[in-house]
Design a binder for this molecule. Sequence first.
Ligand code: PLP
Length: 457
Amino acid sequence: MEPLNEPPAAPRVPGLKKVRRAEPEKRPVSGNHSDYDYTNFFSGSGDDPFDLLGPFDDWFTEARPAGYYLFGQAMQTRPQTRVDIIESKENTRLEDLINFASYNYLGLSYHPEVIQASVEATRKYGCGSAGSPILSGTLDLHEELADKIATFKKLESALLFPTGYSANLGVIAGIMRAGDLVVADQFAHASIVDAIILSKAKTRFFRHNDAHDLERKLARFSGKKLVVVEGVYSMDGDVANLGDIVEVSKRHNARVMIDEAHSAFLYGENGRGVAEHFGVEDQVDIHLGTFSKSLGAMGGYVAGSKKLINYLRGFARPRVFSCALAPGVVAGLIRALEIAQSDRSLRERMWRNVDFAQAKLRGADIDVGDSTSQVIPVMIRDDVRIFRLAEELIHEGVYVNPVRYPAVGKHRSRFRISISAAHSEQELAEGCEIITRVLKRHGLGLCHKRATYSASR
Ligand SMILES: Cc1ncc(COP(=O)(O)O)c(C=O)c1O
């Protein structure tokens, strides 16, 4: 098997101070700017749309060094298991951090054959597709990838989108109209929520994974209904209760859509996802996913019947009015898909790593919620102090991102760990030990009752 971790290829930037495992006590503590967050600047009085910019800027000038700078810090390496990042508060480079932040579940983003395919396609076709897919932007490569996805999913047809986000927008707003009903799980990703808003359909959210609550929401409505769930929930790492959800939905004549962003290529005997895992693929009407997680690149897809895909070709506006994926990305994805399908060992390795990390964290009484997957939340539940913890973690050797409102509910902040097939056991052990040490120092993120874990694949 190819090595999963290539040596870092990014050049060193001269003039930056190298800092590693600095003393955490020296970091500043946040002040009263922490009484505010983005919510306070969403709307305000006044006639000028720019009225909020000044107050926001004043607040953010203080809030940024206290923790917001932790979002979107530049990485100087591939998203490998060890990365260098620029700590943007003091403009220092932090080297060789254990990377628990990237989605690259199978390590495919930098697989040598994926890179080679991408480079060759860029040489042949150039950097961009230079057009919408419905006009001049479709290359033979796009058709090949869409066909390969449909074949992989054992479905009639598939359609590509520039991102997973736009796939949700295009599909939900493509088929649902004002007066229809979309019922989504309460933990549905922002792209699903935004898609429903765009569609102007009536919206209901059912309690997370609760098929009884879904039934209550569906029973009250007569008309066109769509139920939307995720395979693995992106912020909690638990799996859809898909068997019950499908059964209830069908009984109420609702169509079912699953977003397998975090589960396709990982779950099921053949890696087709959670729908395969539960044996309900033929009862799910719309299969959606992204190329940005397990396949390590970017883009989104929807797969289903020929009629569904033909309709969406005309009505999925985020695809119609946006440039097609770049050729280098598409060629890399074709190769990544082939590898994900043919090399089961990658998936198996990821699941071994998931078991190992889950056991390590749970064994140390870390609160990982109900996760049974490679997405492991470390529940902090403190929207202010999570920044301090995040600072200590990066300075002590682990790269994780704080997740706060609005990505999750208020006071449900957490770190989201992503486990990859590429991690070595030693990296997982070391990373989990650092997390445990930092959390115990603060008495945060610990659970008193140890939940049992059984892997969900
Ligand atoms: C469930 C889910 N759907 C869609 C998306 C959007 O995917 P992309 O990043 O490819 O736009 C995400 C991204 O995190 C996600 O978690």
